[in-house]
Design a protein around this ligand. Structure first.
Ligand SMILES: [Zn+2]
Ligand SMILES: [Zn+2]
Length: 291
């Protein structure tokens, strides 16, 4: 579909507040340099970078939506949920995020300690580098063990160290559910959007998340979505609109971390969101936050 307006928006990117390669200031400067006019900073499980990003955005004339990308689970699968336009000053929200961060840190420390007890020395940074942001898991540790030549395969890492009953097993702490991410996003005045659904194989669930739990939209456009993925998600949005009778938001962005990160190692400014869709999101946020 040919839409009116330009493509100067990008509603998914990361800074050093999570696992991105650039500080919030430098990131916004880079956005400005490639002509982006509306962006959302969506770091994993934190809004700490948004204050700086918004300040720089104001100076450069780039509209910065404060956002977040929650690490969630749905039926044992890892799912990322974006919150766009969230209230970063909300106290209970900040407390919840910091509790979650402490929990992850604790789990990581226990795991690294147990590895060190059996003579395997791995740093937190190495494990984080294998994880797609916030949530670290045993497969990430396994990959580091392969790099260190401690084991040959992920299966061997589990067999010898990481599986239940093995010396470095650490019980997983409770993770946020998709429904909780939607509820929290609404609690802080934001729009809840499933991030890069092309990663999960859960397309049949998306409409339920919208109708049952009030999810507001889908990240239709993403660096790793092919044309047919976009078409499929556009269609799911249309179907959901017919069922609910209300607007379902199409979001999108680069998921930029750094030029050298990610499957496609894409520079900033390549994958963009049509301003038409970005404006719909901004308008909806201003209506909701006025009430
Ligand atoms: Zn993600
Ligand atoms: Zn992301």
């Amino acid at each position: 579909m040919k839409l009116p307006g330009g493509t100067d928006s990008d509603f998914h990117m990361h800074s050093t507040a999570s696992d991105g390669g650039y500080s919030p200031s430098v990131l916004v400067e880079k956005c400005h340099a490639v002509g982006l006019k509306q962006i959302a900073l969506t770091d994993h499980d934190t809004v700490d970078g948004t204050f700086e990003a918004m300040k720089v955005g104001e100076r450069l004339g780039v509209r910065v939506l404060p956002g977040i990308e929650f690490s969630c689970v749905f039926e044992k699968k890892s799912v990322h949920m974006l919150g766009l336009g969230v209230d970063v000053h909300h106290e209970a929200f900040q407390q919840m995020l910091s509790k979650q961060r402490d929990m992850r840190q604790r789990r990581m420390n226990i795991m690294l300690q147990k590895l060190s007890d059996v003579g395997v020395h791995v740093t937190a940074d190495e494990v984080l580098a294998e994880a797609d942001g916030g949530s670290i898991g045993r497969p990430h540790v396994a990959k580091v063990l392969i790099k260190h030549d401690v084991v040959k395969t992920v299966a061997e890492a589990f067999d010898r160290y990481l599986a239940e009953g093995k010396p470095c097993y650490v019980e997983k702490e409770r993770e946020m559910t998709v429904k909780e991410a939607i509820d929290w996003t609404h609690e802080v005045g934001g729009l809840s959007i499933v991030a890069h659904p092309g990663y999960y194989g859960l397309d049949h669930e998306l409409i339920h998340w919208i109708t049952k739990w009030g999810m507001d939209g889908i990240e239709v456009y993403h660096r790793d979505h092919e044309k047919q993925d976009q078409e499929r998600y556009e269609q799911i949005c249309e179907e959901a609109e017919q069922v609910t009778g209300s607007a379902i938001f199409r979001s999108g962005g680069s998921d930029f971390h750094h030029e050298t990160y990610g499957r496609k190692q894409e520079p900033l400014g390549v994958t963009r969101l049509q301003d038409y869709y970005a404006d719909q999101i901004i308008t909806e946020l201003s209506i909701r936050q006025r009430d």
